[in-house]
Design a protein around this ligand. Sequence first.
Ligand SMILES: [Zn+2]
Length: 138
Amino acid sequence: MKKDLNYIAGLEKVIKKKYGDEAIINPRSGWSDEKEQDYANQVKALHESESPDESFEDLNGVLIHKKLIKERKRKQCCTCSEKIKNLDDDTCYTKYQTCFKCYINYIEGREQRWLQGWRPNNVRENTTNNSRPSSGSG
Ligand SMILES: [Zn+2]
């Protein structure tokens, strides 16, 4: 409880510094019934405009929009065909259409080559030995 009060007091200080005294005066003082009604209407309209099937799913403690999850499910790495499973994969997929693993293996530090159209060979087949593309002589 005490901690909360200190926190709020701290916030008020910051707000006051930034916006001046008016900002922390009870908002009711500059508030009329008319305005309140208007605000209530806006909030109502906002809620009604959201379609009911739009919702969020808890993914490892992060709320993700279900639409995004659906999209992610059908994404797969263009190099090894692995599914895009996590945020790392997703970030790399957005940029390079690969999973995180392939980004590390083939793209990191060589983005230019990738963007120019270079793609690793023999990756689509299930190779047991993890051969990296030869680099060096160049
Ligand atoms: Zn991959």
